[in-house]
Design a protein around this ligand. Structure first.
Ligand SMILES: Cc1ncc(COP(=O)(O)O)c(C=O)c1O
Length: 384
């Protein structure tokens, strides 16, 4: 089929093709389209994307209440404009983000999920020296650079309460350090750092090296404005903050994220990113960025689900960490991978073991009915 198409193109050339197109578009467009595309082309199936039927997907920190209707409307519009490379949409989204945070648009780098920006940052700074990071954090993107032989991670043990040990991290930072990477609230612990202690430590560390604060879950925190490090970027410190549309905006599959930094750093991140963000993603982000009704609704559902989970672990006497995110990290007292497997057999998908924290398990918030299934299954699984 591919051979046929290319051979026909070579034989008829652009003129022939445009004549064929003009004919199709005027008189018999539908018939021509039907002839050109196979009748058995894949169509949307309920399980093509998203969880399989019967599965309570509580393993990936998504917001299944999204995307917002305001995003869906723009996705439909963007689909119809899908023939065109996006142009001004990126500038429009950057302007909206900049306005919200009181920065200039050239301080925003927009990427395909925040993961892409974080990979770019790991590549840029990892080559300079070690990435100093807490022992437990969302390390996927730093590992991307490690796997390419372009970075190494210097992991700093957590404090006794499993929070990030900022003083221990600070003690590691030298002029040889490539990057300090923090995640606030942290994943998988869900904990936020004390804002004043954090900002003072970041300020000091950023005098020596670049500090990245991954704020993927910040909109879910009790007081995002008090906890964010965006203020430090605005004051001119060598700090990068990353955010995403994958979490509270419920757009993990649509892939939009961004960073806020100095204009020079933003340009470096943008030029190191490997893809061009899709028009569908940009449009969806523009549509829902200021949709406070949807954001409040989502946060309400997440808090409701979190309270259900904490009530369940509390009744079972299991230790859990104080989460300000859409996931809870708790100590089941059993092998995390065995708990994950037992839950899976009940159709409830949660995370397995992180590093050597073998009795700790992470469960994400999801649809309330799915969280109910987790709460019902947990007592059976931990008492087995
Ligand atoms: C802390 C943290 N940062 C970044 C990401 C990447 O998200 P995305 O690439 O979808 O923006 C994740 C994904 O789970 C995450 O947990």
């Amino acid at each position: 089929m591919a051979f046929d198409i290319s051979r026909r193109w070579v034989l008829t050339g652009a003129v022939g093709a445009s004549v064929a197109c003009a004919t199709a578009c005027t008189t018999s467009g539908t018939a021509a389209a039907e002839a050109a595309f196979p009748a058995d082309a894949p169509s949307a199936e309920p399980e093509l994307l998203g969880p399989r039927g019967g599965v309570a997907l509580l393993s990936r920190n998504e917001n299944p209440y999204g995307p917002a209707p305001s995003a869906l409307k723009m996705i439909e519009y963007a689909g119809k404009k899908g023939a065109y490379y996006p142009d001004i949409a990126g500038k429009k989204l950057a302007a909206m983000i900049a306005e919200r945070h009181g920065v200039t648009p050239d301080m925003i780098a927009i990427t395909t999920g925040s993961g892409e920006a974080l990979c770019a940052i790991a590549l840029i700074y990892g080559q300079k020296g070690p990435i100093v990071a807490p022992r437990l954090f969302w390390d996927t993107t730093a590992l991307y650079a490690v796997n390419l032989g372009m970075a190494e991670i210097d992991r700093v043990p957590l404090a006794a309460d499993m929070s990030i040990d900022l003083s221990a991290m600070e003690a590691k930072v030298t002029s040889e350090t490539g990057l300090v990477q923090l995640c606030n609230p942290n994943n998988p612990t869900g904990m936020v750092l004390d804002p004043e202690t954090l900002k003072a430590a970041v300020k000091r560390m950023s005098a020596t090296t670049t500090v990245l604060v991954d704020e993927a879950y910040m909109e879910l925190a009790n007081d995002p404005d008090a906890n964010t490090c965006i203020g430090l970027v605005k004051e001119g410190h060598n700090v990068i903050v990353s955010r995403t549309f994958s979490k509270i905006y419920g757009m993990a599959g649509i892939r939009v994220g961004y960073t806020i930094s100095s204009p020079e750093t933003a340009a470096k991140i943008q030029s190191t990113s490997m893809s061009w963000i899709s028009g569908v993603g940009l449009a969806a982000a523009i549509g829902s960025y200021n949709d406070t009704a949807f954001l409040d609704f989502s946060k309400g559902k997440i808090v409701e689900a979190r309270e259900m989970i904490l009530a369940t672990t509390g009744v079972l006497g299991l230790e859990s960490l104080p989460s300000q995110t859409n996931f809870v990290y708790f100590k089941s007292g059993k092998e995390a991978n065995a708990v994950q497997q037992a839950m899976k057999e009940k159709g409830v998908y949660i995370r397995g073991q992180y590093m050597d924290y073998n009795e700790w398990t992470r469960v994400s918030m999801g649809k309330i009915e799915d969280v109910e299934r987790f709460c019902k299954a947990l007592p059976e699984v931990v008492s087995a």
